[in-house]
Design a protein around this ligand. Structure first.
Ligand code: G6P
Length: 369
């Protein structure tokens, strides 16, 4: 294993650092095509995606959080209603079938049983427009789908998903723009601008990775704690959920992700000096709202750890620690903000001495119910 690991201590750390490469490999087909061509999703795509009226995303775990980010993009960029369900919930509830609905499954392994069964259930209800976003060629879920986009993360060994997640987001972003283009919601100039943002993404992710020493120094503050809260808004709310999931999976610290606007509807009651609060604070339209959420936490004596875009004018103050992420990158910002929360979980687990690549009780691929 040491040969495969190179300079890294764990596969998770290696896979976190492989993200600039994984993202540019996954974006390569899109950049080579010079745009978000529906054909990226398969030769049948133009027909399958034509007159789609809504999108239903199905997935488990981290892949589900990728779906939650995609919902914002599909509604905003493509102008289509989008629902996201946990596969094990969808497969056991009554669904209102619509043959013009696109069913999108997201699975790193392509073998997760609940996601596969949710897809079969959707098909049994009469849905035949199916698209799989998957990292493993020829696995079960893409084989059962009409369209497929393969992420090119490469083999992911760490149980906690990292590079699969961010490459899934690239695939889902491409889907949102392709649907928007087909529906006349995205014109040539907008498409070119979005393509440019995609081209710059691996560089921004590399900047975020360069923050590792600063993030590792925060891990000492997290390691002795029992609980942590992660806050975000908009497309960064699922990143808060993902940050909390990573931390609980590998460090066994109880963590919750919350949309920052819900703070006063419950979690504020838990805030005291013993519970660190992580805030994802990109320089977007919601920044002022996030800043006022930070004041609410500070007023209760909570210690804040803020990931703030370089251009969002945040500085350290009493009880507020700030790490400056790269300048705001626009619509792809949740991909860049996924990196610091991965690194925070990794270094906290390292400080606690847990088995980072094989956390207790968890499996890489869940093929049982
Ligand atoms: C397991 C893994 C997670 C993964 C989830 C879904 O819980 O530990 O990292 O996100 O399964 O897996 P999939 O292969 O369907 O994306």
């Amino acid at each position: 294993a040491s040969l495969e690991l190179g300079p890294y201590r764990h596969f998770m750390q290696k896979e976190i650092h492989e993200q600039p490469r994984a993202l540019s490999d996954t974006a390569e087909g899109i950049l080579d095509a010079g745009g978000f061509d529906p054909a990226l999703f398969g030769k049948d795509a133009a027909a399958v995606l034509a007159d789609v009226e809504s999108v239903q995303i199905l997935a488990c775990g981290t892949s589900y959080y990728a779906g939650m980010v995609a919902r914002y993009w599909i509604e905003d960029i493509a102008g289509l209603p989008c629902a996201v369900d946990i596969a094990s919930e969808y497969r056991y509830r009554k669904v209102i079938a619509n043959p013009k609905q696109l069913i999108v499954t997201i699975s790193q392994s392509g073998e997760t049983l609940d996601t596969m069964e949710a897809l079969k259930y959707a098909k049994a209800q009469g849905h035949d427009r199916t698209l799989s976003i998957c990292n493993v060629p020829e696995s079960a879920i893409p084989r059962a789908s009409r369209l497929v986009f393969y992420t090119r993360a490469g083999a992911e060994i760490g149980v906690a998903s990292t590079k699969a997640f961010t490459t899934q987001l690239v695939a889902l972003f491409a889907l949102a723009v392709a649907l928007g283009r087909q529906r006349g919601q995205v014109d040539g100039a907008r498409e070119a601008a979005l393509l440019d943002e995609l081209r710059h993404l691996p560089g921004s992710v590399q900047h975020a990775l360069n923050l590792e020493p600063q993030i590792a120094s925060w891990a000492a503050a997290f390691a002795p704690r029992q609980h942590a809260l992660f806050l975000g808004r908009g497309t960064h709310y699922p990143i808060a959920l993902e940050g909390a999931l990573k931390l609980k999976e590998i460090s066994y610290i109880h963590a919750e992700g919350y949309p920052a606007g819900e703070l006063k509807h419950g979690p504020l009651a838990l805030v005291d000096t013993q519970m660190p609060v992580v805030v994802i604070a990109p320089n977007d339209a919601l920044l002022e709202k996030v800043k006022s959420n930070i004041q609410e936490v500070r007023a209760r004596g909570g210690e804040m750890f803020v990931f703030a875009d370089a251009d969002s004018r945040f500085s350290d103050s009493e009880g507020v620690h700030v790490i400056r992420t790269p300048r705001h990158v626009g619509v792809l910002s949740p991909i860049v903000h996924a990196i610091p929360v991965q690194l925070l979980a990794y270094h906290t687990a390292l400080a606690r001495g847990t088995d980072v690549d094989k956390p207790r009780n968890l499996a890489k691929s869940v093929t049982v119910e």
